[in-house]
Design a protein around this ligand. Structure first.
Ligand code: ATP
Ligand code: MG
Length: 355
């Protein structure tokens, strides 16, 4: 595959003086080699600052680390409306990544702008947000190299377990709120497409948000063609009617996701029918005009019901922010219970999506 387009500098650059090229300085207990600013461990090679060495933050290599020429494709792990996601392996560090390929013809004049939007993904540094290592456009496709999350998405997981009980949901939700809090309050980014398939999990019990920024690109691009490819199911009423929207739009989506996880079905499904909404406009009307859904008080704790209601309010001003929700009693009540999401994810059904 030919490299091209946005990123002209994709190959690994070590930038070491010649005499330092032998990586033999010291070996820590965790099997990490460190030489000056170069760190080599089971996660790969990266350039670090001195302060990172003892307690590394989430892996965030430099922009120059990965190239398509350096990776082997293992298998397809998922397909969305926009493209395909493949499990890939770095040839010489053996580290796994997820490669997302979105086929999209982009006018030459648009490319610069899209390159910049993709860079938003790359600059995010938060343990609750999927790391984007590299992105570029080549010959009609956008390529995005992402952190590989071996548990797949929350949508995949929910298919296996059907429902998620409150204690696990609280632990999972806390991580999503931390990710949202980072995106909203530190980076001023609205996700715009929060849904179960954009929350990814791994064997360590981590939950991370993915595909922020991508939805903006997809939307802007398809807007021109007058089509939107994707789901409106989790979209807030103000977005559906085309009003201005802000962070609170993501909070609406979060509320619906949690309710779906808790009850095992999408909150707007018409009762007694499995097939979902016959008419797409009926669903849109129900979201915009109808009473917002709520958690049944006879099946869930008052804290959970109150949490859902704090998210799923028709007027965005009445929804709490991610930061406020982190302090909500639903999150707090399970905090000292040591909820083990790692075992929960690993024990549920079939093995995680490894190779
Ligand atoms: P849409 O295209 O409507 O946004 P989607 O989110 O399901 O839907 P993709 O983002 O292309 O589409 O992802 C498809 C699937 O690939 C996900 O549901 C998930 O199972 C898997 N996947 C995506 N990213 C990763 C990743 N970084 N690590 C592991 N699996 C992933
Ligand atoms: Mg996605």
């Amino acid at each position: 595959m030919r490299k091209g387009g946005f990123s002209n500098n994709l190959n690994l650059k070590l930038n070491l003086p010649k005499e330092d090229q032998s990586i033999a300085t010291f070996l820590t207990q965790s099997g990490t080699f460190k030489d000056g600013d170069l760190l080599v461990n089971r996660d790969g090679v990266r350039i670090v600052s001195q302060s990172e060495v003892e307690a590394p933050p989430p892996i965030k290599p430099t922009d120059d680390q990965l190239s398509l020429a350096d990776i082997d494709i293992i298998k397809v792990i998922g397909k969305g409306n926009g493209g395909t996601v493949q499990l890939v392996q770095h040839k010489w560090t053996a580290q796994f990544f997820a490669l997302k390929v979105i086929q999209m013809k982009i006018e030459e004049s648009h490319r610069k702008q899209i390159a910049q939007e993709l860079k938003i993904n790359q600059s995010a540094q938060c343990p609750y947000v999927v790391v984007c290592y590299q992105s570029f456009y080549d010959n009609g496709s956008i390529y995005i190299i992402l952190e590989y999350m071996d548990g797949g998405s929350l949508a995949d997981f929910l298919k296996k377990v059907k429902k998620i009980e409150e204690p696990y949901l609280a632990a999972l939700c806390k991580q999503v709120l931390k990710g949202l809090s980072y995106l909203h309050h530190e980076r001023h980014i609205i996700h715009r497409d929060l849904k179960p398939s954009n929350l990814l999990i791994n064997h360590r019990g981590e939950v991370k948000i993915t595909d922020f920024g991508v939805s903006a690109i997809m939307e802007n691009t398809y807007e021109e063609a007058n089509t939107f490819v994707g789901t409106y199911n989790y979209m807030s009423p103000e977005r559906i009617v085309g009003e201005g929207y802000d962070n609170k739009s993501d909070i609406w989506s979060l509320g619906l996701i949690l309710l779906e996880c808790a009850t095992g079905k999408f909150p707007y499904s018409p009762p007694g029918q499995d097939g979902g909404w016959v008419n797409f406009y009926e669903l849109m009307e129900a979201i915009v005009e109808g009473e917002p859904p709520s958690a049944p008080a006879d099946q869930f704790t008052p804290e959970f019901c109150s949490f859902i209601s704090a998210c799923v309010q028709t007027d965005p001003k009445n929804r709490l922010s991610a930061r406020e929700l982190l302090e909500h009693p639903f999150i707090k009540m399970y905090e000292d219970k040591d909820i083990d999401l790692s075992s929960y994810f690993n024990d549920a059904g079939s093995p995680l999506a490894t190779f």
